[in-house]
Write a protein that binds this ligand. Structure first.
Ligand code: 5AD
Ligand code: SF4
Length: 434
């Protein structure tokens, strides 16, 4: 979502006549996009501000803006913590950045915009600003109404707002014409996609607006469609049926569970039990194609006991995740959980993190090894960072795949036969080249 916001900010600035520079040294304006989901990410922004060229030497100080969740939540306090900052740009003010810069140029100081998005703003990102010429993020819903007790997102991003499907479908068709091969429909909880109007969905069946949207997007013929993030309670089995029906809906589901203990899930206010979650997983495992499954887990939530943690280990053992993002609980001021005493010592959190990581690593190794000898479809995205003669891309099941190939293949979907499983990626040869 942050990458999509940066793309949107860059598009708006370019439309207003600004150019993007390669280095902060040459910049007249420096914008820092921020995340506040965990404390470490939040603290990073202050370090980064101190690193902006011009600040230390005081020669040519650019205008500095802080955007994103930290801006929304900290507001005025940012000016106190970092006096070099000129603009605080809330999560819904992205489109107004050029106006704020105009005001700075006219001599105004310390500008802050935490207002809502203006009515009628369209999400229009120009292709030059996209992070990749082949893969595009398409936000379908912003904000979150779930209020999980540990999470800051409902406060930083506000209530859920879905974009209308006709606008989304136009965007997807445009991306397809421009040669994009893969789109990610994104949102904090895509399953609760609920547009104000059904325009664009009328020709597509489905049990929920989201599964209708999936079918409608699939019908555009975009070669690969992925979506993230799903929320267990809202994950309707019809999503799996839609994936079964349309080969361009990719074989990957990211379904964060957060914990395997019912007691902890309740304190997290997730609204489901471990067995509710497992029922969703069973449905996912009955899909016609094997769907890759990934998840997020928080260890060391307040009052998590060794027994609670063992339930998490058990669940992770049963789910057979293709990959897992593990986080140590981080207290976020203003969330309901911040009122609970964060009583799991740091040492215990680290210990649980490492134990869970090692269980996952072992499972993941087995899953990845099963790919050896199989052929997967890979979108060749860019040269590999590790080898000058290799390219890197993602499979439809969202695994990183490296393979020998030259840059003429970039942007193409190729068949790669897997020859080796690494810890977090696969290695292979183009099927025709073998
Ligand atoms: N502490 C630790 N991890 C968190 N996440 C969200 N809030 C917190 C927090 N306060 C994790 C969740 C979520 C992912 C994006 O970040 O696992 O799914
Ligand atoms: Fe945060 Fe996700 Fe829960 Fe929303 S559903 S409150 S974004 S963890």
């Amino acid at each position: 979502m942050n990458v999509a916001d940066s793309e949107r900010a860059a598009s708006g600035l370019r439309r207003a006549g600004y150019e993007l520079t390669e280095s902060a040294e040459n910049a007249d304006v420096v914008l820092l996009n921020t995340c506040s989901v965990r404390e470490r990410a939040e603290r990073k922004v202050y370090t980064r501000i101190g690193e902006i060229p011009g600040i230390k030497h005081g020669k040519h100080k650019p205008f500095i803006g802080v955007m994103g969740c930290v801006a929304q939540l900290e507001g005025e306090a940012i000016f106190e913590n970092a006096p070099a900052v000129d603009m605080v740009i809330g999560t819904q003010a992205t489109d107004r950045i050029p106006l704020l810069i105009d005001r700075l140029q006219k001599g105004e100081e310390s500008l802050i915009d935490l207002e809502e998005r203006a009515v009628g703003e369209v999400w229009d990102v120009s292709p030059v600003e996209r992070h990749s010429p082949y893969v595009a993020f398409v936000p379908i819903i912003e904000g979150c109404n779930k209020f999980c007790s540990f999470c800051i997102v409902p406060y930083s991003r506000g209530r859920e707002k879905s974009r209308n499907a006709d606008e989304l479908l136009d965007e997807v068709l445009r991306l397809k014409e421009l040669g994009y091969k893969e789109i990610h429909l994104i949102g904090q909880n895509v399953n609760s996609y609920r547009p104000k109007s059904t325009r664009g969905l009328d020709d597509s069946e489905g049990a929920t607006s989201f599964s209708r949207l999936l079918r409608a997007v699939a019908k555009t013929g975009m070669p690969r469609i992925k979506f993230t993030t799903s929320f267990p309670r809202d994950f309707h089995p019809d999503i799996v049926s839609a994936i079964d029906e349309y080969p361009n809906l990719c074989d990957w589901v990211h379904l964060p569970v957060q914990s395997g203990s019912d007691r902890v899930l309740k304190a997290m206010r997730r609204g489901y039990t471990a067995s509710d979650y497992m029922r969703r997983i069973e449905k996912i495992k009955t899909a016609k194609r094997r769907l890759a499954l990934t998840s997020d887990i928080i260890v060391g939530f307040p009052w998590e006991t060794e027994e609670d943690f063992r339930q998490t280990l058990k669940l992770v053992g049963e789910c057979e995740y293709d990959s897992l993002y593990i986080f140590k609980y981080s207290r976020r001021a203003g969330t309901p959980a911040s009122k609970l005493s964060d009583d799991v010592p740091e040492k215990v959190k680290t210990d649980r993190f490492l134990r869970l990581e090692s269980v996952q690593r072992e499972r993941q190794k087995k899953i990845f090894e099963q790919y050896v000898g199989r052929t997967v479809s890979v979108l060749a995205e860019k040269p590999s960072a590790r080898s000058a003669t290799d390219l890197v891309g993602h499979s439809t099941c969202h695994k990183v795949v490296n393979f020998p190939g030259d840059t003429s293949l970039e942007g193409q979907i190729v068949n790669v036969t897997i020859t080796a499983a690494k810890v977090n990626s696969l290695y292979g040869m183009r099927a025709s080249a073998m």
